[in-house]
Design a protein around this ligand. Structure first.
Ligand SMILES: Nc1ncnc2c1ncn2[C@@H]1O[C@H](COP(=O)(O)OP(=O)(O)OP(=O)(O)O)[C@@H](O)[C@H]1O
Ligand SMILES: [Mg+2]
Length: 252
């Protein structure tokens, strides 16, 4: 089943065309890594998926439900606010900057959205949140404030927080690039675990080793386009496009 279908997505910021007709399908349980140079549109693409940015043209379909599509004149139309929100709840997002609430403990950070947005009762969500904290190896930090955590720990809380909403698709935007190298491993481990549990994941990353090991498909973006995609084996060992070859060489 297709979890996500994008057709011909265009996005401009003023006169700058940042996405130039992106089409992409992601199936259930698939892990897709997106790589590419700075400014190529990777973050914008993820942000368009869950409506942090609005597209100008194209179709976005999540689990068979249309979020945005073109009318007969080719103008992009979004579904109703209520419907769009429902659809976007199917996706959890983890950013480079963890965006935890500093005035709330770890556990409160995790239960906030399920309680507030989904109306889940505290006695139901607390055990679920504790399970998630065990899963990312942070149960003993449940009553700590974010300021007392390392970057890697904060990011694992951010992952648990996204999972508490029970998403079907997880979007990661360079989740380890703000971390000291010795802390990236613990975050990648939590992500690897999610992949093993067949979570559908789209991961924008500079971690080529992680992309190679965990992703089933690697997408190389440059200048608002998908230049090349394939298995990690194809992209890393035998890239066909000169731009992919040059990028990979620069990453060595
Ligand atoms: N809100 C915005 N307003 C104007 N321009 C923007 C905005 N957000 C992004 N851009 C521009 O869009 C282009 C793509 O940015 P984007 O953040 O998607 O790139 P990226 O591939 O994620 O890069 P990086 O690897 O550095 O994170 C860049 O030229 C950027 O300056
Ligand atoms: Mg980015």
């Amino acid at each position: 089943m297709n979890m996500l279908r994008l057709n011909n997505i265009h996005k401009k910021f003023n006169h700058l065309e940042v996405l130039k007709g992106i089409s992409l399908e992601v199936s259930q349980g698939e892990v897709v890594a997106i790589i590419g140079p700075s400014g190529s549109g990777k973050s914008t693409l993820l942000r368009c998926l869950n409506r942090l940015e609005v597209i100008d043209q194209g179709t976005i379909e999540i689990e068979g439900e249309i979020l945005a599509t073109e009318d007969t004149e080719g103008k992009c139309q979004y579904v109703s606010e209520q419907k769009a929100r429902e659809i976007c709840f199917k996706m959890g997002m983890v950013f480079q900057q963890f965006n935890l609430f500093p005035h709330m403990t770890v556990i409160d950070n995790i239960i906030e959205a399920p309680m507030l947005v989904k109306g889940i009762k505290k006695d139901i969500i607390i055990p679920e949140a504790e399970e998630l904290l065990k899963k990312v190896g942070l149960f003993e930090k449940k009553d700590s404030y974010p300021s007392r955590l390392s970057g890697g720990q904060k990011q694992r809380v951010a992952i648990a927080r996204a999972l508490a909403m029970k998403p079907d698709i997880m979007l990661f935007d360079e989740p380890t690039s703000a971390l000291d190298p010795e802390l990236t491993g613990e975050v990648l481990k939590a992500m690897r675990q999610l992949a093993l549990e067949h979570m559908t994941m789209i991961v924008v990353t500079h971690e080529m080793a992680f992309a190679r090991e965990v992703a089933q498909r690697v997408i190389f973006m440059d200048n608002g386009d998908i230049v090349e995609e394939g298995t990690p084996e194809q992209i890393f060992n035998n890239p066909q496009q000169p731009r992919t070859q040059a990028f990979l060489k620069s990453m060595l």
